[in-house]
Design a protein around this ligand. Structure first.
Ligand code: FAD
Ligand code: 2HG
Ligand code: ZN
Length: 483
């Protein structure tokens, strides 16, 4: 990949423009007119420390008008940009590839309005997900998305990636929950579609293009979103099972017996839990080891009633020998501990050095077969082992069982071309053969740019390119990424 010479090189004149426009010191971080040293580093490298850009300028607008002026200037001067939220994305989409200007939304962090009758929240794109959820919690509502990175990711970034997360099973996708968007196009046009209506069938639903658009056609500056009432009661159970066949049976039973209160059904294989335990030092909830574990969450209106239901469910699945052992959390601390065993997996798998990550939709009955086949393939190639000479630590699978979304993770001691060649395109071919998706919820970014064809036809890719060139004719928005 080479830097495209059509983009201008950043000069001190450009920097002077941004400094004058944004005024405040903290809004412009530049390495052109001064030595910004380490400060630029965190904006240039991603959460996994796998992708690294070389931008010399980070701008942090404080209003939609400022975003508009920044983009217009960049577009007029052929300066390429990368929109950046919390920089927790997992496909290298949020960092520059070369010297693109980083437009970071962190300073746009106001809640604009909330209506506790309709449950509609309007907020700036830079509001941190957890901050939005806490705000809603105080008003007996919940953000209809939750994920492990909630403490740093921003709602604008969540929408730009169409993040799925831990409760999609219950609350559905952002494509359904987002009611309106305010965004800025590269030419500075403010798209004012901050609609607060649940129903609005008046022509093309253009906001959907920004949801999951990964910052390739414009910058989202605010959203309006439908937020459900927060349940009075949350209960969590964690249990061990002996086969993936049993995991599927348990899922079927859970839907049958816990239907309307089920809010999460997550899967973790035994290896992911062992590595979590080793890397975090946290103990695992069950005494004996099992090849599979599931975490179930219920959210309902009556804690005792829900707990009874959950316990009856566990008794039933244990009686039928679907589940071997299980626990139900007795208090908030235990709820957090059980969730920690699931949410903590991505973070702790990084302990050995790096992780090759694949985020896949697979027909549910075959979901785990890929993990086994990948492990066998890397084993045969002599790449997995316990000592330093082997690049691969293990091959693990976990994810959102309720959405048939597997996270195949290969923790490694170092990123290594031989390992990468053994994994790609093998994994993508495997998924494509089963008509799955090579990106269930993280997006394509730069990681999956060469592989889009495994999930999308030529016609679909052509239509995407047409949209891209219509909205961003100069191609300044997040270049070198998937489109
Ligand atoms: P960034 O990483 O900054 O950006 C992501 C992409 O969106 C980039 O392409 C960027 O250019 C673009 N972008 C950001 N902000 C804007 C904006 N305002 N306008 C236009 N484009 C923008 N994802 C899931 O789906 N489910 C999970 O369960 C999940 N769990 C995670 C757990 C951990 C520990 C981590 C690190 C990540 C997880 N993710 C998960 C990945 C997920 O994509 C991000 O966490 C989140 O959605 C990205 O938000 P962000 O603000 O960090 O965006
Ligand atoms: C999760 O579900 C996230 O924990 C991250 O989507 C998955 O790191 C991963 O592969
Ligand atoms: Zn996930």
């Amino acid at each position: 990949l080479k830097r495209d010479p059509k983009y201008a090189q950043l000069t001190s004149e450009h920097v002077a423009f941004f400094k004058q426009l944004l005024g405040s010191e903290s809004a412009v971080l530049d390495g052109v007119t001064q030595d910004a040293g380490e400060d630029l580093e965190s904006y240039n490298s991603d959460w996994m420390r796998k992708y690294r850009g070389h931008s010399n300028l980070v701008v942090r607008p404080g209003s939609t008008e400022e975003v508009s002026k920044i983009l217009k200037y960049c577009n007029d001067n052929m300066l390429a940009v990368v929109p950046q939220g919390g920089n927790t994305g997992l496909v290298g989409g949020s960092v520059p590839v070369f010297d693109e200007i980083v437009i970071n939304l962190a300073r746009m962090n106001e809640i604009r309005s909330f209506d506790d009758v309709s449950g509609i929240l309007v907020a700036d794109a830079g509001v941190i997900l957890e901050v939005a959820d806490n705000y809603l919690g105080e008003r007996k509502h919940i953000f209809p998305l939750d994920l492990g990175a909630k403490g740093s990711c921003q709602i604008g970034g969540n929408v730009a990636t169409n993040a799925g997360g831990l409760r999609l099973l219950r609350y559905g996708s952002l494509h359904g929950n987002i009611l309106g968007i305010e965004a800025v196009l590269p030419d500075g046009t403010i798209v004012d579609d901050l609609c607060k209506l649940r129903k609005n069938n008046t022509g093309y639903d253009i906001k959907q293009l920004f949801i999951g658009g990964e910052g390739t056609i414009g910058i989202i500056t605010a959203i309006s979103i439908l937020c459900p009432q927060r349940s009075n009661a949350t209960n969590v159970a964690y249990f061990g099972l002996e086969s993936f066949e049993k995991v599927q049976q348990a899922f079927r039973e859970a839907k049958g017996q816990l239907g309307e209160i089920l809010s999460a059904f997550e899967l973790m294989d035994g290896r992911s839990q062992n590595l979590y335990h080793t890397a975090s030092g946290n103990r695992l909830p069950l005494e004996a080891e099992h090849p599979f574990y599931c975490l179930i969450e219920t959210s309902g209106s009556n804690s005792e009633h829900d707990q009874e239901k959950l316990e009856a469910f566990l008794e039933h699945v244990m009686g039928e020998e679907i589940v071997s052992d299980g626990v139900v959390a007795q208090d908030q601390t235990q709820i957090r501990e059980l969730w920690g065993c699931r949410e903590g997996v991505p973070e702790h798998l990084g302990h050995w050095g790096g992780v090759y990550k694949y985020d896949l939709s697979i027909p549910i009955n075959e979901l785990y077969a890929l993990v086994e086949e990948t492990r066998a393939k890397l084993s045969e190639a002599g790449l997995i082992g316990e000592t330093d000479e082997f690049p691969v630590v293990d091959v693990v699978g976990y994810g959102h069982m309720g959405d048939a979304n597997l996270h195949l993770n290969v923790p490694v001691r170092r990123y290594d071309k031989t390992v990468e060649k053994a994994l790609e395109p093998f994994v993508y071919e495997w998924v494509s053969k089963r008509s799955g998706s090579i990106s269930a919820e993280h997006g394509l970014g730069i990681q999956k740019k060469p592989y889009i064809g495994y999930s999308r036809s030529e016609t679909m890719i052509k239509l995407m390119k047409q949209i891209k060139s219509l909205y961003d004719p100069n191609g300044i928005m997040n270049p070198y990424k998937y489109i």
